[in-house]
Ligand binder design. Structure first.
Ligand code: CA2
Length: 149
């Protein structure tokens, strides 16, 4: 059976491709999802891709992932820098977590340098735009000991 990867996206990421292309690139979230699904297939992984603008919904999805997913890839958007609730849920879910950001958060405003999500993550990929999601899937395959990685 394929390993199950849950890809969670936080607030405003549904706006990708409409504004700030210099920071976030030209791809829409649907473009990133399509590339992620294709890459996952080559790695023998199955992907569920979700986006919400609501902090509580992200927390709910992390709680529900226990037993339903083998690994979580998360771009929590601005909640990365603010949400202790999300950190608590990620720590409690007992599933490996990989953090992704499109932009290099360390090159940006000071308030984006700190990530609560990082405290629960195996590692973090940032600054590679949508390709970072594919990188995270490759890391996921390796972490889960998938033979095609
Ligand atoms: O670089 C990332 O992936 C971020 O998680 C993106 C978040 C930002 O708050 C984080 O600090 C870093 C924001 C996503 C908002 O994306 C938009 C895209 C187009 C138009 C408006 C917002």
């Amino acid at each position: 059976m394929s390993s199950r990867i849950l890809v969670l996206n936080g607030p405003n990421l549904n706006m990708l491709g409409t504004r700030e292309p210099d920071v976030y690139g030209n791809e829409t979230l649907a473009d990133i999802e399509a590339k992620s699904v294709a890459r996952a297939e080559t790695l023998g992984l199955s992907v569920t891709f979700c986006q919400t603008n609501t902090e509580g919904e992200l927390v709910d999805w992390v709680q529900q992932a226990r037993g339903e997913a083998d690994l979580i890839i998360i771009n929590a958007g601005a909640y990365t820098h603010t949400s202790v609730a999300l950190l608590d849920a990620l720590k409690a879910c007992d599933i490996p977590v990989i953090e992704v950001h499109l932009s290099n958060i360390h090159q940006r405003e000071e308030f984006r340098h700190h990530s609560f999500v990082s405290k629960a993550a195996v590692g973090m990929i940032c600054g590679f735009g949508g390709y970072g999601y594919e990188m995270a899937l490759e890391a996921a395959a390796r972490i889960l000991n998938n033979s095609s990685a």
